[in-house]
Write a protein that binds this ligand. Structure first.
Ligand code: FAD
Length: 334
């Protein structure tokens, strides 16, 4: 399809709410509109309530198009992808932006195929050059930076990694009352595919730490006894478990549990650092966590200036007590 002029940003509303990724995508849409000198709008498959609409407005969203094609749409990504493509064609879209998460990475190739569009996954930066629009991303495990030039003759479908999205708004963005419209494909769309009948949430004990919601991490301040107590606490609380490099070096865990510059960069809702001094190599991997709590026996430990809440305490006293209390609360064996 030849490129039109509007940027459409697809925003997933998990549980009916705009999450961090959704807000980051709205901020991204506003920035892309300035870079490309094009209007933009949001597309959703779940109709937002008034509270969510206010958040869309706070992010300067000019308009929102709700795809209305039945409740099963989100459970049938191929069908949603076809709907997005048809909507993009109807709205003369120049760019269709999706998050690079499970859903967006599934929708993007379907939409690009339907639109006969150009596609760029895991897009990081967009810059207008003299010879076209420069699209950059990192490939091969972030080792190589790649730039492609888009000449704007075809519609472009892009996915943006949630980790690269910022919710910070440009100074020029003004709050709006977004115009909301519904859209349904004029022609019936169908896909010869199975529908999703159920989903199993990831297990915090085994989920990749980059996806973990809550992480308790053990540092060198743990001895073999407190280390085992901490692992048990994580199982009781059903949260994820991480370590610093010295703990990994002791051979107590696999490499996939190591957090920091050499290990995983994590972005959980809550990161609890236990017996961790707070070296820059470790802090670099946790600084984007939403909330960080630390416990260290040394009141002068460098981790404390980097956390939201810090407690001076000895893990040998704290962990057995915490474990007892959690077990009492969850009904586990003392
Ligand atoms: C190139 C390079 C890459 C690196 N990459 C990483 C990385 O990816 N991840 C990483 O973690 N490190 C990495 N490191 C290592 C990093 O520099 C630090 O050495 C490491 O993070 C320190 O780990 P730690 O805080 O567990 O140990 P320590 O620095 O030894 O700190 C232990 C802390 O525990 C406290 N403590 C001791 N006993 C108790 C107790 N009973 N109760 C409570 N607190 C107690 C102490 O006060 C101390 O602050 C890297 C280093 C280099 C050179």
């Amino acid at each position: 399809m030849g490129a039109g002029s509007k940027i459409l940003v697809f925003v997933d509303l998990p549980g009916g709410e705009l999450d961090e990724t959704g807000k980051g995508l709205l901020s991204y849409g506003a920035r892309l509109a300035v870079t490309l000198g094009a209007p933009w709008g949001a597309v959703v498959a779940v109709t937002p309530d008034s509270e969510q609409l206010a958040i869309f407005g706070a992010y300067g969203t000019p308009d929102i198009t709700c795809i209305t094609a039945g409740d099963s749409l989100l459970d049938t990504p191929a069908l949603l992808g076809k709907n997005l493509a048809a909507l993009a064609a109807d709205h003369m879209a120049t760019v269709l932006v999706l998050p690079h998460n499970d859903l967006g990475a599934t929708l993007a190739p379907v939409a690009a195929h339907e639109l006969q569009a150009a596609i760029m996954t895991e897009l990081l930066t967009v810059r207008q050059g003299a010879d076209g629009v420069h699209l950059s991303r990192r490939v091969l495990g972030d080792r190589i930076a790649e730039t492609r030039i888009w000449d704007r003759t075809r519609t472009l479908v892009v996915t943006v990694p949630p980790r690269s999205l910022s919710q910070v708004l440009m100074a020029t963005v003004r709050a709006t009352s977004p115009a909301v419209s519904t859209w349904r494909s004029a022609a019936p769309l169908s896909v010869p595919t199975a529908t999703v009948t159920g989903r199993i949430a990831p297990d915090p004990q085994t989920v990749d730490l980059t996806e973990a919601e809550v992480i308790f991490s053990a540092g060198k301040g743990c001895d073999p006894t407190t280390f085992e107590q901490l692992k048990e606490l994580c199982r009781e609380l059903n949260v994820s478990f991480g370590v610093t490099r010295p703990v990994y070096d002791l051979g107590w865990t696999g490499f996939e549990r190591m957090v920091g510059q050499t290990g995983r960069t994590v972005t959980p809702r809550l990161y609890v650092a236990l017996g961790i001094s707070g070296s820059m190599h470790h802090i670099g991997g946790i600084k984007d966590s939403r909330r960080i709590i630390a416990v260290n026996s040394d009141a002068k430990a460098p981790i404390f200036p980097n956390v939201d809440e810090g407690f001076v305490g000895d893990l040998k006293e704290l962990l057995p007590r915490l474990l007892r209390q959690v077990k009492a609360a969850t009904g586990g064996a003392p």
